[in-house]
Design a protein around this ligand. Structure first.
Ligand code: BG6
Length: 510
C-alpha cells in the first residue's frame, strides 16, 4: 500500500516502520561505513528504528562479526550526526553481523537464506530488505542470485530491494538492469536510491510550491525568467575515487540522477495526490518534456564540459584532473558540466533551466534559484540599471538549508535609492535543529514501504535518454564538442559563463 509522505504522523509524530532484517551487499565498502550504518545508528538514537531490527553485512572479505562491528564503530565515531555514545552503540551493534561470500556463489545465498530462516524461527522478523550497495558490476548477479535462492520472496512477510546508484551507465544498461530488477522484485518492492531526494530541502520544494498559494500562481513562463541549479564541490578524486569517476564524469555521476530530480521537483505539475506514483507520474512528464539535444551542434550550443587544471582549493595546492590517482592522463571525462535545459511544455516553454555541477570548485554548496521576470522599467525601476537586484527565490539544499527571497527595498535616507534585501528562512534557526541525513529518511522509508522518494523505472530511463545524446556527441562523434578547462578553486570555465552571457544572463554568485 502506498502511503502519503505528508500525513499528520509524519509532521507531528514518528513514522511507524515494521521491523525487518536488512542485508547489505557490499558491506565492507565506504557507503556502508560512512552513510548506511551511521544513518541506522542515528535512527536508533532517535528511537525511530523498529525494535527487533537486524543488520547483516554481506561481502567478500573474510571477517568476524567483531572485526566488522569494530570497523563500523570507528567510522561512526568520526561521522555520526549526533555524535557517538559507546553504550548506545553497543546496544545498536549487537544486532549487526557479518556474512562472508562472493557475490556470485550460490552457496553464499543458500547459507544467507538459512540464516534468515533461523532469525525468523527464533521469533525475529520475517521481513527482508536487501540493499544492493556493492560495486555496480555485481548488481545483476546479486539480484539474480536472490531470485535463484528464492530470497526475493518472503513467505510470511515482505521482501524488498534497494538499489544504489549508478543505475546503469546509459539507457541500454539501465533498461537491462531494470529488467533484471523486475524479474526479481515487483516494481512496488523496488527502491532505486537517489539520495538527493532524501535531503530535507529537496522534500520541501513540493511543500513550498503546493502548500503556499503565492508561489504557484507565479510558477510559469509568464513570471519566471529562468531557473538555475548549482552543485559545487571542493572535492576532487580523493580516496581512489578516480577509478570510478573517470568512467563516469559529472554528467552521469550527478546530473542524470540528482540534478534532473531537482529540476523535476521544481518543474512538475501539482500531483493528483501525494502517493508515490501520483508524484512520480508528474516528475516523469518533466523528464519526457526535456528538449533532447540530438545533434552534435545542439550539444555544443547547450552543454559545456570541462576538466580542472592544477590550482588551490581551501588553501591547499591540488593537481589537475588528468594527474589524479587512477585517472587516465589522456582522459576525456568531464569534472564539470553546465547545461541549458529547455522543458518543452505549456508551463515552461521559453524558460531556460541552467544547471551546473563541478568538482574542485571553491565551496560545497547546492542551491536552486528561481529568477523572476523584471518589473517594468518605469517608476523606481526606471533608474535601476542593475538587474542583479531582481526578485530571486533561492532554495539552499545544502549547507545552511533554507529558503530566501530577494526583493528590492528603499535604502534609508532622503533619496529613492534601491537595494537588494533578503527575506530569509533557515532550517537551523526556524526549527532549532539540523536536518537528518538523507540516508536516514530513505532507509526508514524503504523499511516503511514508502517509495515516494525513490526513482521509478521510467524516470531513470527518461533521464538516460536525455543524457545519452550528450554522451554520444562527446564520445562517439567524429568532431566532438571541445573539452574546456578551469583552474581548480575557480568557479568553472569561461565557456560556462558564455553559455549564459549569450542569453543576457549570469550565474548567481554563490
Ligand atoms: C554522489 C556522487 O552521488 O553524490 C559524488 O557520486 C558526489 O560524486 C555526491 O560527491 C554528493 O553528495 P552530497 O550529498 O555530498 O551532495
Amino acid at each position: 500500500m502506498e502511503s502519503n509522505p505528508f500525513r499528520e504522523e509524519d509532521i507531528g509524530a514518528r513514522r511507524v516502520a515494521e521491523p525487518c532484517t536488512l542485508v547489505i551487499f557490499g558491506a565492507t565498502g565506504d557507503l556502508t561505513h560512512r552513510k548506511l550504518i551511521p544513518a541506522l545508528y542515528n535512527l536508533a538514537v532517535d528511537g525511530d528504528l523498529p525494535a527487533g531490527m537486524k543488520v547483516i553485512g554481506f561481502a567478500r572479505r573474510e571477517k568476524s562479526d567483531e572485526v566488522f562491528r569494530d570497523g563500523l564503530k570507528e567510522i561512526n565515531k568520526q561521522v555520526s550526526r549526533q555524535g557517538h555514545n559507546d553504550a548506545l552503540w553497543d546496544q545498536f551493534a549487537q544486532n549487526i553481523s557479518y556474512h562472508q561470500s562472493t557475490f556470485d556463489d550460490p552457496e553464499g545465498y543458500k547459507s544467507l537464506k538459512k540464516r534468515l530462516d533461523e532469525i525468523e524461527a527464533d521469533g525475529g522478523s520475517p521481513n527482508r530488505l536487501f540493499y544492493v550497495a556493492s560495486a555496480p558490476e555485481f548488481f545483476d548477479n546479486i539480484l539474480l542470485q536472490l531470485k535463484e535462492s528464492g530470497l526475493n520472496q518472503a513467505e510470511n512477510g515482505w521482501a524488498r530491494a534497494v538499489v544504489e546508484k549508478p543505475f546503469g551507465t546509459d539507457l541500454a544498461t539501465a533498461t537491462h538492469l531494470n529488467e533484471v530488477v523486475n524479474e526479481t522484485f515487483h516494481e512496488t518492492d523496488t527502491y532505486r536510491i537517489d539520495h538527493y531526494l532524501g535531503k530535507e530541502t529537496a522534500q520541501n520544494i513540493m511543500v513550498l510550491r503546493f502548500a503556499n498559494a503565492i508561489f504557484e500562481l507565479l510558477w510559469n513562463n509568464r513570471f519566471i525568467d529562468h531557473v538555475q541549479v548549482t552543485c559545487s564541490e571542493p572535492l576532487g578524486m580523493e580516496g581512489g575515487r578516480g577509478g570510478y569517476y573517470d568512467k563516469s564524469g559529472a554528467l552521469r555521476d550527478m546530473v542524470q540522477n540528482h540534478l534532473l530530480q531537482l529540476v523535476s521537483l521544481i518543474a512538475m505539475e501539482p500531483p493528483a495526490d501525494l502517493s508515490a506514483d501520483g508524484i512520480r507520474d508528474e516528475k516523469v512528464k518533466v523528464l519526457k518534456s526535456l528538449r533532447k539535444y540530438e545533434t552534435v551542434e545542439a550539444v555544443a550550443e547547450n552543454v559545456v564540459r570541462a576538466q580542472y587544471t592544477s590550482g588551490t582549493v581551501g588553501g591547499e595546492d591540488v593537481v589537475g584532473y588528468r594527474r589524479e590517482d587512477r585517472v587516465d592522463p589522456g582522459s576525456m571525462t568531464e569534472s564539470y558540466v553546465a547545461l541549458r535545459l529547455m522543458i518543452d511544455n505549456w508551463r515552461w516553454a521559453g524558460v531556460p533551466f541552467y544547471v551546473r555541477m563541478g568538482k574542485r570548485l571553491p565551496k560545497k554548496s547546492t542551491e536552486i534559484s528561481v529568477h523572476f521576470k523584471e518589473a517594468p522599467e518605469v517608476l523606481f525601476n526606471a533608474v535601476d540599471a542593475d538587474g542583479s537586484l531582481g526578485n530571486v527565490l533561492v532554495m539552499r539544499i545544502q549547507p545552511n538549508e533554507g529558503i530566501s527571497l530577494g526583493i528590492r527595498s528603499k535604502q534609508p535616507g532622503p533619496a529613492a535609492q534601491l537595494q537588494a534585501v533578503k527575506m530569509d528562512f533557515q532550517y537551523q534557526t526556524a526549527f532549532g535543529k539540523g536536518s537528518p541525513e538523507a540516508y536516514e529518511r530513505l532507509l526508514l522509508d524503504a523499511i516503511a514501504g514508502d517509495a515516494t522518494l525513490f526513482a521509478r523505472k521510467d524516470e531513470v530511463e527518461e533521464a538516460w535518454k536525455f543524457v545519452d545524446y550528450i554522451e554520444d556527441a562527446w564520445h562517439k562523434a567524429a568532431h566532438p564538442p571541445r573539452m574546456a578547462e578551469y583552474q581548480a578553486g575557480s568557479w568553472g570555465p569561461v565557456e560556462s559563463d558564455d553559455l549564459l552571457d549569450r542569453d543576457g544572463r549570469k550565474w548567481r554568485r554563490m
